[in-house]
Write a protein that binds this ligand. Sequence first.
Ligand code: A3P
Ligand code: MG
Ligand code: MG
Length: 374
Amino acid sequence: MALEFPIQPPSSYAGESEPVKRPKEFACFSYDKDHKFRLDDSSLKWYYPPVVGANLSNGYDTFIKHDESKDEHLDSLLKTIASHEQQTGGPIDAHIVTWRGMLTKIMATPYDDEGFEMNATLYRDCIFIEENHAFKEQKRQIEIARDQKRQQENNRRGHWNPPSVMQFWGYKFETLSTIPRPWGETTREYIESRDDEVVSNKEQYCSVVRTGFGKSVVCLGGEVDAIWDAKPETPGQPINWVELKTSAEIRSHNDQFKFDRKLMRYWIQSFLLGVPKIIVGFRTQGGILSQVEEFKTLSMPEDVKRRNTAKWDGNVCIKFTSLFLEWLRQSISDGGVWRIKRESKSAHIELFKVEEVGHGSIITDEFMNWRIKL
Ligand code: A3P
Ligand code: MG
Ligand code: MG
């Protein structure tokens, strides 16, 4: 039998806001050029403004794209947590461990119709949550088929950018806006030749933070695109992270509405890891970078409210998430693997068991062997 958590209209989560902790990075890891795990910050990139007028389609033919069909579970996050625990000699104090992307979905739920599926398991007083990869893969295949069909239809009419090209624009913008060392250590030649760099999405820097919603302590891992200056000397101090995004130019009230709605996702994503600045590269229909604008994560909800366009309230997202996580912690009280599922447009999130015992593939043997020693 499934348990159900109701999704009420946003107004019912308004009012007094929940206490939230500022996310603090306590560990990090990188994926190198071959997407190999490294327990360091070697893939960290620095922000350096791109040249307006660049063609974001440049280099599409040589794009090195990571294969998303493989399920990576929580493996890299668990490796990083285990290493941190080896240093401190004790387990982290989180009630929930997951990727940032999972909490992004939960936080957006009061305003979003999107369906999702996750797997969760309780292990030593902590709930570990991963995406249900089969569901994600199924959605991806449906999108590929739909895009192929649209491409065939549009080939006859022209003026249509395939999603694969539009996705490339996002990674190209990252390549055009970052350097692998602080600017003082990077040569002008390198900075000026960024347009010739081969674009790849295999390399990543991931921050692992401790944060909180209401009474729940949460450990999240997520990719950070770049840093503005340098990490502070003292651990736990705010870090000047930069999130990079591309978006279509705003030319009408309707465009502004759509953009302000998109800002909710940008805001949630950045809020969760404590990223203070979002840099948006606006582009033409044809993928030419036409303007670069900086947004402050902290003031974003108020800024959108003032424009009176898309209606979303950051406090509602936070309150909903606090209540949901509390419910989840009360509901997942024994072993096995649980499914957290929201059907598209549904007014509730379901929770039911899919495996009676064990932890599925959510927790690695390596992590369990380490924890046994603690
Ligand atoms: P844009 O966001 O500029 O379009 P992120 O913004 O999270 O750092 O992701 C970088 C890029 O990955 C995105 O650039 C987009 O190209 C691609 N991307 C991220 N999430 C995606 C998704 N759900 N579907 C398709 N592409 C995605
Ligand atoms: Mg990114
Ligand atoms: Mg980005």
